[in-house]
Write a protein that binds this ligand. Structure first.
Ligand SMILES: *[C@@H]1O[C@H](CO)[C@@H](O)[C@H](O)[C@H]1NC(C)=O
Ligand SMILES: *[C@@H]1O[C@H](CO)[C@@H](O)[C@H](O)[C@H]1NC(C)=O
Ligand SMILES: *[C@@H]1O[C@H](CO)[C@@H](O)[C@H](O)[C@H]1NC(C)=O
Ligand SMILES: *[C@@H]1O[C@H](CO)[C@@H](O)[C@H](O)[C@H]1NC(C)=O
Length: 530
């Protein structure tokens, strides 16, 4: 009953009620962190930070990743003040300077990196950090460069504009932080609509502002093939347009851009279904359909040895081009209608005693999994591959995207396989007003209380399928809705207070706007000065 009243009043706030209060529906916090840190103690003592004189002082190991991060965050801090300064209400006095809690100015943040840098981010990277801003010190320390990156992001989020709009303030705060889940991803589909390089870079920026660490690049699919292969450059005949292609340089640039932000790039070349665009250059790879489908091409033809030669050699390239150890093989939504009409396929199945198309699919996927494993890469597959009963090598990650997530996660982890969750974080599923809350209320561990099974959930991904998004709207479709997923995957399980989250979210979306991410308003009427 209580629940009913809550739902009812939530509806009232969203629809037009006649009695409303003047002003924003949700009041933004000042200097709060998204996603919420593991432990944070903030005080009312505060310091000023003058962007023009403030500096980062590195006292530990250094490397290109650190230098580039420091340059970025200096810029972010300068822009933060510059863009807001003239919009602030100058009728406010600077009486904060006389406050007993004002503790002078902060000239520098010491950055203490305790171990030398790793080159690429990876699943088991250490992202923990300590950040202490007190009366006599301001230090960020971390064992690894990845922790420093997360700590710099948190530090930048502590800053807020002084009431008179003349400078930035930061409260004295002590943070120890580390993520709850290792794999915190965002899938972006660049096949249904092409997404330009500059938009992809904005998306990676936004991921860094949310401490997301895996860019799952669903790079090709039925509708277009924008990846320019070294071995098979002709495959871009399957691109929408010659200008809508990712060259090898583009791919390398994205991997580098992501690396500098502690983000892994995990590629997905989905097969045997979702491959129509492969047929634009290599129709022989696809199954010829007959009967009512005569003239059409279906999934990859799994009975031809030449097709395996082709796919194996493409996978040699993929594992070479993308440095991450994990490769997403896809394997979802294989339609059997076409295989069913092809006599060669039916004969082959008879010969090999296969009684179902699932077995034929398994036959294909099994070969691909063995191939990828032989390249020392670790396969990730969509859930169908698991539910269809393909034997999966130890360590293969099963990616849950549909159906009853609790049942599936239980089944997968009971078989000691690691899992990723996405089914509750489909960004293309829209509902009205503030629908990030539905993403926020999804708890990845609610399928069991058994710790050993929970541990096998490595994390999850928000998914941006691109049927109805392109450069014009993809950023605001992702942000700040994927921020909800980011907090579920980073913050402790007990961070569930939705009212608190709303206030922090209100500040966070506006902060993203200050940084050129066109995040959409999260929770109803309000303002963002950026
Ligand atoms: C920061 O300090 C100000 C001024 O003392 C105080 O009003 C505010 O609540 C503090 N913020 C946090 C998050 O503690
Ligand atoms: C702050 O303190 C100074 C000196 O104590 C005083 O002259 C000034 O009027 C005070 N400012 C405000 C805004 O209270
Ligand atoms: C800063 O704050 C502390 C309390 O944490 C206080 O004891 C100290 O006097 C303040 N220092 C300055 C320079 O105002
Ligand atoms: C198929 O089954 C038959 C009869 O059980 C058996 O003789 C034959 O070796 C099997 N073929 C394959 C390829 O497994």
């Amino acid at each position: 009953m209580h629940k009913f009243i809550l739902v009812f009043s939530a509806l009232l706030t969203l629809s037009s009620s006649y009695i409303v209060d003047f002003g924003p529906v949700v009041k933004a916090t000042k200097g709060s962190i998204w996603p919420h840190p593991k432990t944070i103690v903030s005080t009312n003592y505060f310091r000023t930070l003058r962007p023009s004189t403030f500096d980062f002082e590195t006292i530990g190991y250094k490397c290109d990743i650190l230098q580039s991060a420091i340059d970025r965050y200096k810029q972010i801090i300068v822009v933060h003040l510059r863009r807001l300064r003239y919009k602030a209400d100058s009728s406010y006095s600077n009486k904060w300077r006389n406050s007993s809690e004002f503790n002078g100015s902060m000239e520098a943040l010491k950055v203490d990196l305790k171990k030398s840098c790793e080159k690429y981010p990876h699943l088991d990277m250490d992202e923990s950090y300590d950040l202490k801003i007190s009366e006599n010190q301001a230090t960020l320390s971390a064992e690894s460069i990845w922790g420093v990156l997360r700590g710099l992001e948190s530090f930048s989020q502590l800053l807020y504009l002084s009431p008179d709009g003349r400078t930035l303030l930061v409260n004295e705060t002590t943070i120890f932080d580390e993520p709850r889940f290792k794999h915190r991803g965002l899938l972006v589909d660049t096949s249904r609509h092409f997404i330009s390089m500059s938009t992809l870079e904005r998306i990676l920026d936004g991921m860094a502002y949310n401490k997301l660490n895996v860019f799952h690049w669903h790079i090709v699919d039925d509708h277009s093939f924008p990846y320019q292969s070294v071995k098979y450059p002709e495959m871009t005949r399957g691109a929408y347009h010659p200008s809508m292609i990712y060259s090898q340089k583009d791919v390398a640039d994205i991997i580098e851009y992501a690396r500098l932000r502690g983000i892994r790039v995990m590629a997905e070349f989905d097969t045997p279904g979702h491959t129509a665009s492969w047929g634009a250059s290599h129709p022989e790879l696809l199954t010829k359909c007959y009967g009512v489908y005569t003239g059409k091409l279906g999934p990859i033809n799994p009975i031809l040895d030449e097709n395996y030669d082709f796919i194996y050699s493409l996978y040699d390239e993929i594992v070479d081009v993308f440095p991450d150890k994990y490769v997403h093989l896809g394997g979802d939504e294989v339609g059997f209608e076409c295989w069913q009409t092809n006599q060669d396929i039916l004969n082959y199945m008879k010969q090999y005693n296969m009684t179902s198309f699932v077995q034929l699919e398994e036959f294909y996927i099994q070969k691909l999994i063995d191939k990828v494993a032989s390249l020392n890469a670790i396969p990730i597959v969509w859930q169908e591959v698991f539910t269809n009963g393909v034997r999966l090598p130890k360590g293969t990650i099963v990616h849950v995207w549909t159906g009853d997530r609790r049942k599936l996660l239980l089944k997968i982890t009971e078989q000691k396989l690691p899992a990723l969750l996405s089914s509750c974080w489909y960004l293309d599923h829209l509902s009205t007003g503030g629908d990030w809350v539905k993403f926020y209320n999804c708890e990845p561990h609610d399928f069991t209380v058994k710790e050993d099974l929970r541990k096998l959930v490595l994390g999850g991904e928000a998914c941006m399928w691109s049927e109805v998004v392109d450069d014009s709207n993809v950023i605001q479709r992702i942000f700040p809705r994927a921020s909800a997923t980011a907090e579920k995957l980073w913050s402790p399980m007990n961070v569930v207070d939705i009212e608190d989250a709303k206030s922090r979210m209100e500040e966070h979306y506006c902060r993203m706007r200050l940084r050129n991410i066109n995040a959409q308003p999260p929770s109803g009427p309000g303002l963002c000065l950026a």
